[in-house]
Design a protein around this ligand. Structure first.
Ligand SMILES: [Zn+2]
Length: 311
């Protein structure tokens, strides 16, 4: 945990570091929410509820999201937890559906997921985390964007708090219906997880995907969701963040134009902005970031996972 947090502090480029809440923090927050709910009213649940299922075998790699689909009549009042972290889920067509995620810094060790309803607890998944290697790249940008002045550092710190707050609350239900799609169809110029050496000195990890995009090229919302940030940030320039519900967020950085306002709900595929080269950027491109349950993952893995949702 401490390792993740320290790595987070080192991560200056993407917003992702601000998003990695500790498992402890999340479970404390969830517990408080749960208490509130329990004090309100007890859910009406069939006392005879009993489900006998074989746990799903799932494999996942650091930096990926994957789908957990468990057949059976579950109740939304129950809770799903992997390790000690509560995972949001939804019910569709007699299935429990959830997105599991691991980030660049995840430990390679297996774990289980349990569904709990009242006194009953069943194991729904056995998850194996497989190793993955990431490439390195060297990047040269304006010195002032690598070694920050006091004023810029203050701005970055302030922006980190704004991002952290925006990512802190996502409804437990999805805003989306269908699978996720790419925000732009173009050549990938930098993949998720590249180790980056800025101006031969500063090292970070790239926790998003960069797509080649000329200034002005339209950028689409990867799925239906609510705009939680539409602002100009020091590192990612003109940036839009969409909350898709269920703990899933997508980020669009370095835009030349933002075409949506905070608070707006946009349909899947809506044009939300235009590509550009604002913020710490080496040239016009789209930086696309994806966060699932507080962890930055590779966008392609979310797209692929979402194709498996029951229709
Ligand atoms: Zn990027």
């Amino acid at each position: 945990m401490i390792k993740i947090f320290l790595s987070c502090l080192l991560l200056m480029f993407t917003s992702s570091c601000a998003l990695m809440k500790s498992r402890g923090e999340i479970s404390q927050q969830k517990n408080e929410e749960k208490e509130k709910l329990e004090n309100k009213e007890a859910p009406e649940v069939d006392k005879q509820w009993k489900l006998t299922i074989e746990p799903q075998n799932i494999t996942i790699k650091p930096g990926e999201a994957t789908l957990l689909v468990v057949p059976g009549d579950f109740y939304q009042e129950g809770t799903l937890a992997c390790l000690d972290k509560e995972i949001p889920f939804f019910l569709r067509d007699h299935h429990l559906v959830a997105f599991i995620s691991e980030t660049y810094f995840s430990e390679i060790k297996p774990y289980h997921c349990f569904y709990t309803l009242g006194e009953d607890q069943i194991k729904v998944a056995e998850v194996e985390v497989l190793p993955k290697r990431f490439p390195s790249e060297r990047i040269y940008v304006d010195r002032k964007k690598v070694f920050l002045s006091k004023k810029d550092q203050d701005r970055v710190n302030k922006e980190r708090k704004i991002r952290y707050k925006a990512y802190a609350s996502s409804p437990d239900r999805p805003f989306f219906y269908g699978p996720f799609e790419l925000p732009i169809r173009s050549k990938v110029t930098s993949i998720y997880g590249s180790k980056r050496v800025f101006n031969k000195k500063k090292q970070t990890q790239h926790l998003g995907t960069d797509y080649r995009a000329a200034v002005g090229v339209p950028i689409k919302a990867a799925n239906r969701g609510k705009i939680v940030l539409s602002r100009d940030f020091f590192y990612t320039g003109n940036t839009i963040v969409i909350d898709h519900g269920l703990g899933i967020f997508t980020t669009y950085g370095h835009l030349s134009k933002r075409l949506v306002e905070e608070g707006e709900v946009v349909p899947a595929g809506a044009i939300i902005g235009k590509a550009g080269s604002t913020g710490r950027s080496t040239g016009p491109h789209l930086h696309w970031g994806v966060t699932v349950n507080g962890l930055a993952v590779e966008g392609d893995s979310l797209i692929e996972a979402s194709l498996g949702m029951p229709r």
